[in-house]
Write a protein that binds this ligand. Sequence first.
Ligand code: MEV
Length: 442
Amino acid sequence: MKNKNIQKGFSKLPVSEKRKIAASLCDDAAAAINQMESFLHPVPEVQQVLEGLSENTISNYPLPYNVAPNFIINGTTYMVPMVIEESSVVAAASSAARFWASRGGFHAHVKNNKKAGQLHFLYRGDINKLRTAMPGIEEFLRRYAKPVTQNMEKRGGGILTITLKHRPEVWDHYCQLHVEFDTKDAMGANFINSCLEEFSEGMKSYLRATAGFNENDYEPLMAILSNYNDQCIVHVNVSSPLELLEEATKELSAEDFVRRFIMAVHIAGSDVSRATTHNKGIMNGVDAVILATGNDFRAIEAGAHAYAARSGQYRSLSTATVEDGIFTFSLDMPMALGTTGGLTRLHPMASRSLQILGNPSAEDLMMIAGAAGLANNFAAVKSLTTTGIQAGHMRMHLSNITMQLKATQEETQKIKDHFAGQKVSYQAVAAYLDQLRNNQDS
Ligand code: MEV
């Protein structure tokens, strides 16, 4: 059966033609083209950069670019750029940052900053012989990959360790070289993948050239970095004596606030349904910084959730305790980030974000993104265990509702005034707008 929607040679068509074909799928093709064109960047060089980042680009998809001020991290004050569409996230991050700014700010350190990758292969020869030869193989591979590693080595990074793992329980003859890297301020994905591909070829060369080995015993399968960055961990915490938390909420004493807060975090540490949402609250802050700085949020997401499940059960990434009258709220999570190379420099707004942050090193950025994650997590758990999430969330969402209802500026202001002390819901706002309009008519 032929499907007439299958496009052949689509990627080779001019952009305007691709736009026309996509627009033809919409109700009003002319309006769709106009809209897509209106989102093109007015500076042709910038549009060219954006189109160069992907394939089949027919327009741009703008998201709000926001800043959260007053993040004090290890004594330095940052204004944190965040790209996110969810209305309450930046407000929550800013209010948590401000709250902790007067209580010593965020304390952070990078526990370790190693990236990893694997060469997966089958080895049908004598595995013990291969294992014994590993010191020589390692030396050979390091030499073989020199053209790829020398620049990184000049910057103080490179290959750290190479470990042979034999995993016949997964597949007959299955082995891997598990390789650790130091990629300095680069995220390092291309560097790691290139090194591993060199290793794949290098293994073949070694086995071909070394007496007692046969290159036909070796079948390379794939060479790729790992996003399970359990050796690239940032730690962030906030802490305060209970007496400084008396004003944390209007409703509760410091003891009650902390008791309820710790209970909520503990639940996220033991219940997968709650843990997933709790961690989503952390990723609200983290992803927004990752996006603003041109890093790969899918890699960070994948790594974070795998790390959250490292005990065999998916758990909260953050923990909360009170000891000797001191409340501490901490986050440990993988954060493989870069501040040089890739999109961080190509995307004009990504490099602007790094400037706003004072051109941080990769490790500084790990701590900043971690602090944003902890800030959002703090704000969410605080709301959940006090007023409930909807009060603040819906207040922030009010502008979205007035836009959906096509309220005028004057009507929007009246709606905002009216709902300042009231529960917000779509129905309530729609009813109030009706009432405003009916009163005007009568
Ligand atoms: C919403 O984006 C995030 C929260 O659901 C996080 C949480 O429940 O902790 C509020």
